[in-house]
Design a binder for this molecule. Structure first.
Ligand SMILES: [Zn+2]
Length: 196
C-alpha cells in the first residue's frame, strides 16, 4: 500500500503531517486525514476551520487552509494513512468518505475501508472499449461494475454537488434545475460492464 509520494501529493502529505504535529505533537494523529478533510470542507464553506469543532479539543487551524486547499487541488486527491502516507485520487477519496459515513455506527479503520472498497479504475476494463454518454467516453466504476456518464460526473464534481459525498435523492431540493437534471442523469445512465 505504501507508496513514494512525489510533487504536490508529497507536499500535501507533509502539510497534513505538519498540522497534526502542530495540534497534537504527533506526526500523524489517528484520523488526521478524516478530521482535516472535514476542516477543509468547512473552510471552503465558511472561511473558518477547527480541529474537532464543538469539542474541548477544538483548535483553530484556519491559517493552514489556503495552502491545504491549494495542494489538494494541485494533487487532484488526498493523502491518508495506509502503512504510511498514501495518495488517493479524488474520485476514490470521495467514495471512501461516503463508505465511511455509511458505516458510521461502527467506523471501519483505513485498512478495512481499503479492502471493502477496491480502487476505482478509470481505464477501460474490456478490450471492446468504452461506451459513450453525452459524446464522451464513460468512466468505469470497478466497485459497482458499471460505466457512468463522465460528462455529468465531472460537472457534478466541479459544481460541488459531489464535493463532499454522493448525496442521496432527498438532497436534490438543494440543487438547481440543471444540477438536478445532471444528477438524475448520472444516477440513471449506467451500463453494466458485461465482462466477467
Ligand atoms: Zn451522459
Amino acid at each position: 500500500m505504501n507508496q513514494q509520494l512525489t510533487g504536490p501529493a508529497l507536499a500535501l502529505g507533509n502539510l497534513m503531517s505538519d498540522i497534526s504535529e502542530d495540534v497534537y505533537a504527533a506526526g500523524w494523529i489517528q484520523n488526521n486525514e478524516w478530521i482535516l478533510w472535514r476542516a477543509l470542507l468547512d473552510w471552503r464553506k465558511d472561511g473558518r476551520a477547527y480541529w474537532a469543532p464543538g469539542t474541548q479539543h477544538a483548535h483553530d487551524i484556519t491559517e493552514y487552509m489556503p495552502e491545504l486547499d491549494r495542494l489538494q487541488r494541485e494533487s487532484g486527491g488526498w493523502v491518508w494513512w495506509l502503512d504510511g502516507m498514501t495518495f488517493v485520487p479524488e474520485t476514490r477519496w470521495l467514495a471512501l468518505v461516503q463508505r465511511r459515513r455509511d458505516q458510521a455506527a461502527a467506523v471501519p479503520d483505513n485498512a478495512e475501508l481499503h479492502r471493502a472498497l477496491p480502487p476505482l479504475q478509470f481505464v477501460p476494463k474490456c478490450s471492446t472499449g468504452e461506451p459513450l454518454c453525452c459524446d464522451k467516453p464513460m468512466v468505469h466504476n470497478s466497485f459497482t461494475g458499471q460505466w457512468e456518464c463522465a460528462d455529468a460526473y465531472f460537472e457534478l464534481l466541479d459544481s460541488g454537488v459531489l464535493s463532499e459525498s454522493i448525496p442521496d435523492r432527498s438532497d436534490t431540493a438543494a440543487m438547481d434545475d440543471h444540477q438536478r437534471e445532471r444528477f438524475e442523469h448520472w444516477l440513471t445512465n449506467r451500463i453494466d460492464d458485461g465482462c466477467a
